[in-house]
Design a protein. Structure first.
Length: 282
């Protein structure tokens, strides 16, 4: 189980950063008092636009960032006081974390297995299982730089799962992937759920969240504005699909004309993305 209680993350901005962001405040509240629980045997989704605070939240859960306030427990371990124990139970994968291009999937998999303290026998078994699931066997001795984008992503997933963690955290798991690779990733997320793992994903793709997630937490402007099952969120917003529910909630958070323009732009982007996805699936 992952428990997030009152999580807040505030960044101090330099003069250059304030100028680039066109703001006067020297602080940026990336995450503002977010709370939720992700349970064993379910896929919990963080849904929100780019810059909403999803990735920051996942980085704090994964012990890559320290919270300004609040508490995160991973399998009962405080991520500040017991960071090493918490990390042992976590797999965190984001597109920003890349495998070394000069090494092979086999080498990297075994290296990370040893770093996690696994025996050679366990590494052998995990390699056989994961490389077969993701179709890496025929590419295991090629350098990462020689692989396709989809194969690189599948190799990254396999390496991140080498230690069979109880908590699996994927930031935008299908971002930039072709439809075949994306399906392989989502199918394995369902398999992890079946095995009783805690699975947390972030996404801004409504159809992906609707298909994948048992429960969803919407984050807007760093705040968790609603959490529930799809049916609970639709009922609360009196809507019939997740995209309409998102915008119904988002409109209630608008406080100025700049945010209204941002909303209109976001609406167009999401509709365009959904049309693109439909086209690729045909």
């Amino acid at each position: 189980m992952v428990e997030v209680n009152g999580l807040t993350k505030i960044y101090k901005l330099s003069g250059k950063q304030k100028k680039e962001m066109n703001i006067k405040d020297s602080k940026k509240i990336a995450v503002d008092n977010v709370s939720f629980t992700a349970n064993e045997g379910e896929i919990f989704g963080l849904l929100g636009p780019n810059g909403a605070g999803k990735t920051t939240t996942l980085r704090v859960i994964s012990t890559l960032l320290k919270p300004t306030a609040g508490e995160v427990l991973v399998e009962g371990h405080d991520t500040i006081k017991e960071a090493e124990l918490a990390r042992a139970d976590i797999c965190f994968l984001t597109n920003e974390l890349k495998l070394d291009p000069k090494f092979t999937p086999r080498y990297l998999f075994r290296m990370f297995g040893r770093l996690h303290g696994l025996s050679e026998e366990v590494i052998d078994a995990r390699q056989e299982e994961l490389f077969n699931i993701f179709g890496i066997v025929d590419f295991q001795d090629k350098k990462i730089e020689e692989l396709s984008t989809g194969m690189k992503q599948k190799a990254s997933i396999a390496v991140s799962l080498v230690h069979d963690p109880e908590v699996v955290i994927f930031d935008e798991p299908t971002n930039g992937l072709d439809i075949i690779t994306a399906r392989a990733v989502t199918d394995y997320l369902f398999e992890l759920k079946r095995k009783g793992k805690v699975v947390i994903v972030s996404t801004h793709i409504m159809s992906e969240a609707q298909k994948l997630c048992d429960r969803i937490g919407m984050i807007i402007g760093g705040r968790n504005v609603i959490t529930g099952t799809l049916s609970e969120i639709l009922e609360a917003t009196n809507t019939t699909d997740l995209e309409d529910a998102f915008f119904a909630i988002y409109r209630t958070t608008i406080t100025n004309e700049d945010e209204l323009r941002e909303l209109n732009d976001l609406d167009k982007q999401i509709k365009l993305h959904e049309r693109t996805d439909d086209g690729e699936a045909m």
